[in-house]
Design a protein around this ligand. Sequence first.
Ligand SMILES: Cc1ncc(COP(=O)(O)O)c(C=O)c1O
Length: 365
Amino acid sequence: MNSTTTTRKLNFSAGPAVLPESVVRQAQEDLWDLDGTGIGLLEHSHRGKAISDVFDKADALCRKVGNIPEDFEILYLQGGASLQFSMIPMALLTKDRQADYINTGSWTKKAIEEAQRFGQINVIWDGKEGSYRDLPDINELKWNSDATYGYYCSNNTIYGTRWAQTPKAPTPLISDMSSEMYSRPIDWDAHDMIYAGAQKNLGPAGVTLVAIRRGLLEQASKDLPAMLRYDIHASKGSRYNTPPVFAVYFLAQVFEWIQSNGGLKGIEELNERKAAYIYDVIDGSGGFYTGHAAPRDRSRMNITFRCPSEELESAFIEEASNHDMANLKGHRSVGGLRASIYNAFPEAGCRQFAEFMSEFARTHG
Ligand SMILES: Cc1ncc(COP(=O)(O)O)c(C=O)c1O
């Protein structure tokens, strides 16, 4: 397969994941010569005008597309979303301070374990007993008003759950939006910080997008190594050291692509339609398929489900592969099947997959 091949596999990978075709093709050109500068994207100094323009474009479009209020700083950090599990509590907690966390599985569990090194962590809701199938009712959460912050993950990539309604906390609220960033509008009033590893909905691995309210940034500890200080990254325009230029360039192009696809409202409608093709087959399969997530809490990005037996799941993966559908195996911690259909995953591909699922259930049911 070469770069001019027009048909590729339907890639259901949970991340790194499918990216918009037009953006990938433009990147191929810009790698060779960025904007007619005669120098390729990856060969420009990060201090020069060409790359400053890339950062300015990313900032402006990130804010415009996401409707991010002026009192939020936008940062492009390294260390993956996982570094934020530690960087947040390091910046905001001390041994005598507390924070509220909601445990909706793997990613929040890791965040909790990291945070426990730095302060007192109250797990105010835990989905473990229910195998992380569901999420709490936002009105029943018991937030502590004297906590330094509250924390949740808006979409669990592994279990396929997402918060239909945004929780509201009496303290600053922080959200890991890695696996659904810019798949729907964000309630900025409810949050003081959100972050997302880019490699699912925004671009390549290597950059973590952070939007943090200036008030929270000012509260963060100054007694930390420079690379772990939000305020230093903010004051240097995310170029305290050499930044992940390619990833930030890609983000800018993806923001532009989202804008030309109806912005977050348009993308949300598209994502609702895409997910519905697949959930409708699960629900209409007479029990052949069972969804992992409770219907109210179903993710629009990661659809997790099972067949009646592991043998049938293996057959499903094999037959799907024969139809050029790849990466459908569920995460090793839950098993089963998972179809990740991020923003750039085509609607026609979801329809095609739904038809495949119906046919598979008909012939194996
Ligand atoms: C919701 C969520 N948070 C955090 C992470 C960790 O991201 P990274 O590998 O960039 O550290 C992932 C990775 O899949 C994720 O899905």
